[in-house]
Design a protein around this ligand. Structure first.
Ligand code: DC
Length: 658
């Protein structure tokens, strides 16, 4: 990815998002599986920087980790401390790896060095080290007192008195100690010396420890007791929930862009505290529906979100998304009790204040709070610095819903927890221009020209149906065999490069334009299973900065929320003449050409089949503008379509011609 990513002004968001796995659950599960007895299959594991760091560290420590395919892994538990007794680990900026590994390694009787990136070395770890030293652990600071990098050496341990631990800087210190203590198999007690922040994250820890057979008795949030003789035992199989913090961006998009946006992977059954974000969103006026494993968000019935003044200590990560939503609220908002922001991937209070000001918002910050007043006018084209912080990049992308383009600097930082973030956002929010109409109405040419002029992506959906037809002819699959054709469609090795079309590695741009292929395409396009098999593949074309989609059901079925819908048509005679001229252009000699009347008949036959079929028939949607091209040349048709686009998407300017 390049040094910046531009997001165009966004007006609508709707559709479905499948969340990547939760970072918190993924890394806790990996570590518990590694020190448990027995093997664990982990499904839907997050595939991102922070989990790769954990997997690599475990492998380095002698744990057998095997990818079973996709997002599934098998971890062979060591049934206690790691077999490798001497290692140097590099843990990037992954707090969910650094803190728990520090605790587990400190109780492992080996010699280890733990390092991270420069920012990791600025994030405090002293409270955890203090806690571990009370057990006799030998941990030394290699650079600055209280911060990584660290060296751990073997030591004789004793669990005599309650361990006193601070919980007001990061809840991960408590999480780390809790996860490590069962290695000692003696009873142990932790007493918090301060208030505990981010409690829901500790709740995740306790729930996952219980899945691995270890129970912790908890007295309020002050005292934690681990009864003696407990060992981690693999539950065999763990499914990782979707990441609730990542859900916040899409739920917010649903609230800002109309919705409905259905976010799949978290729901009423979630064990992650950050789902509370959806409850807050509902309090602000958004319409929220809960399912067991999904949440659906729509805009407030009143159109506007309410301003808020909230203690957000329990959901520090999702709270960043609220700071952005404050820009869209009906008054000034305050985010309170968020001191932990200062020791995260960056000083998030300072970073947020500085970047929000670039948008035109009035911002004030305190040691542990942030006040945000919506801008009177949003600054267009603001370039947002992201401070190597994935959440800065993801939440600022939402500013585009104010109708202004925004530039996200160093966009690849989203890879920490959500490598496909911008594509996922585009899939529900990138502007779509849907051009539907019968064969030879001019939509293919108009679509390609519009896409080029706007710098948008192009979907020639007819080409997909033609490719299935061609693949069927080549593979000898009968055009009557709906299931066989659907299977071909599902696994179609299609590739598009601008207007060039490939099947596997072979270019077939010209071949798929043959009349017999068009006829076969029209026939197989009537099968519901074939259409179903191509549906998501067509939606994958929706990417930033936008998409021009050409077909028969672009506005009605594939992109019902398209920002612009145009139905192109032309008189049968005009269309037959165009087809005739196309054939001449292809170099077919005049004496081989079918007469105009035959071409007209064939087109009429195709229209009839496309319009009369049961699923997604060719028809003009109510909200599509009619563009009759009978009397128009190509330039005029393109200009007429562009005029419609500019009326519906006034802020989209074609990029200047170089
Ligand atoms: O646009 P085209 O001539 O390349 O399309 C070929 C056939 O594919 C057409 O007869 C109908 C079918 N088709 C469809 O059913 N739905 C689409 N979105 C695009 C094409």
């Amino acid at each position: 990815m390049s040094v910046f990513f531009d997001i165009p002004p966004l007006i609508r968001a709707s559709g479905e998002v499948r969340l990547p796995g939760s970072k918190s659950i993924s890394n806790r599960t990996l570590l518990l599986a590694a020190i448990a007895e027995g093997a664990t299959e982990v499904h839907d594991l997050l595939d991102a920087d922070d989990t790769r760091i954990m997997l690599a560290a475990l492998a380095r420590l002698g744990v057998s980790v095997t990818q079973l395919g996709g997002h599934s892994w098998r971890i062979e538990g060591c049934g206690g401390a790691f077999p490798v007794k001497e290692a140097e680990l590099f843990l990037g900026n992954a707090g969910t790896a650094f803190r728990p590994l520090t605790a587990v390694l400190a109780l492992s009787g080996g010699r280890y060095r733990l390092r991270g990136v420069a920012r990791m070395h600025e994030r405090p770890i002293g409270d955890l080290v203090e806690g571990l030293r009370q057990l006799g652990c030998d941990i030394r600071y290699l650079e600055r007192e209280g911060y990584p990098p660290l060296e751990i050496r073997p030591a004789s341990l004793q669990v005599a008195t309650p361990i006193r631990l601070r919980g007001d800087v990061s809840s991960q210190f408590l999480t780390a100690l809790l996860m490590a203590l069962p290695l000692l198999s003696e009873s142990a007690q932790i007493e918090l010396a301060t208030e505990l922040i981010s409690k829901p994250y500790v709740e995740i820890t306790l729930k996952l420890m219980a899945r691995f057979g270890v129970t912790v008795e908890r007295d309020d949030w002050r005292r934690f007791l681990l009864p003696a003789g407990q060992r981690y035992r693999s539950p065999g199989l763990i499914h990782v929930e979707g990441d609730a913090s990542s859900a916040s961006y899409f739920l917010a998009a649903g609230a800002l862009g109309g919705g409905p946006v259905r976010v799949v992977g978290v729901g009423s059954h979630s064990i992650q505290g950050d789902v509370a974000f959806a409850k807050i969103l509902a309090d602000l006026g958004a319409q929220i529906e809960w399912e067991e494993h999904a949440i659906v968000a729509r805009a407030p019935a009143t159109g506007k979100l309410r301003a808020f003044d909230l203690d957000l200590n329990a959901i520090p990560d999702a709270a960043m998304t609220l700071a952005i939503l404050a820009l869209f609220a009906d008054g000034p908002s305050v985010l309170r009790n968020i001191a932990s922001w200062r020791v995260k991937e960056t000083d998030r209070i300072a970073a947020m204040a500085k970047e929000l000001a670039k948008i035109g918002a009035k911002v004030e910050e305190g040691a542990d709070w942030l006040a945000v007043s919506p801008p009177t006018t949003f600054v267009s084209h603001a370039a947002i610095a992201t401070y190597d912080d994935h959440r800065m990049a993801m939440c600022f992308a939402l500013v585009a819903f104010a109708g202004v383009p925004i530039r996200i600097l160093d966009p690849a930082c989203v890879g920490k927890t959500f490598p496909g973030f911008f594509d996922a956002l585009a899939r529900i929010a990138a502007p779509v221009i849907a051009l539907d109409g019968p064969s030879a109405s001019g939509k293919g040419t108009v679509a390609a020209r519009l896409a080029r002029a706007l710098g948008f992506h192009l979907l020639d959906s007819g080409a997909l149906y033609r490719l299935v037809a061609l693949a069927a002819l080549e593979a000898g699959v009968s055009l009557e065999d709906e299931a066989g054709l659907a299977a071909l469609a599902a696994a179609l090795p299609a590739r598009f490069d601008g207007e060039r079309v490939f099947l596997a590695e072979k270019e077939v741009s010209v071949e798929i334009r043959r009349e017999e292929i068009g006829r076969a395409a029209s026939q197989i396009a009537a099968y519901p299973k074939v259409r179903e098999a191509l549906l998501e593949r067509q939606r994958d074309f929706r990417r930033f900065p936008g998409l021009v989609a050409d077909g028969r059901d672009m506005g009605s079925v594939v992109f019902p929320d398209a920002a612009v819908k145009v139905f192109l048509t032309a008189s049968p005679r005009a269309r037959a003449e165009r087809r005739y001229n196309q054939l001449i252009e292809k170099g077919i000699p005049a004496n081989m050409l079918p007469p105009l009347t035959v071409l007209a008949q064939e087109l009429a036959e195709r229209d009839r089949r496309d319009a009369e079929r049961q699923v997604a028939p060719l028809k003009r949607c109510e909200d599509a503008e009619l563009l009759d091209t009978t009397e128009l040349g190509i330039e005029e048709a393109v200009a007429a379509a562009m005029a419609i686009v500019q009326r519906r998407l006034p802020f989209i300017n074609p990029p200047p011609v170089a």
